[in-house]
Write a protein that binds this ligand. Sequence first.
Ligand code: E4P
Length: 216
Amino acid sequence: MKFFIDTANLAQIKEAHDLGVLDGVTTNPSLMAKEGIKGEANILKHYADICELVDGPISAEVLSTDFKSIIEEGKKLAAIHPNIVVKVPMIKDGVKALKYFTDNGIKTNCTLVFSAGQAILAAKAGATFVSPFIGRIDDSAWDGVELIAQIAQIYSIQGFKTEILAASIRNALHIVKCAEAGADICTCPLDSILGLLKHPLTDIGLAKFLEDAKKM
Ligand code: E4P
């Protein structure tokens, strides 16, 4: 399973990259706004800066919701760098745009996916990645990881090539469960990635080894 980091914060992207386990980056309008990125020129520059830090798929989300504008905006985003993946919402014009981008060699990430039906539609339209939001599903008292398993089973039976990008990850356990359920990629906040490191027995064991090493 590949690891993407889900942030627009350059310092956090760099920290995850320096750990040596980062395969790509996802952003969304909320994450860009959190970093105070405003205005078209700054937005495009920020995506370019992320592309300089990480050599892997970098998702940049369109803000338009009608077909013509999605295409225009997506082309502009794709022109920033060959690693840019155009992130398109799961709406009617979004599905049409996914098909257009697929036919024109532009990689896509279908975002805001909350059901197996939506995941089938994204795959039929040729999306490179599909992003089921598992944390938000959990928040609404459904089981997000179960959706990942269901999509993985459907894609495997049907031979769909779209990669399952588990999104809206809230903790390290989500990452483990998504790996078990068949996600191809997890996009995670830095804290969740670092959470994988933690085990109290590791800390206790290391403290003991270091103590005993003084007697060597
Ligand atoms: C996915 O690509 C989204 O950026 C993200 O995972 C949404 O997560 P959230 O539910 O924590 O906002």
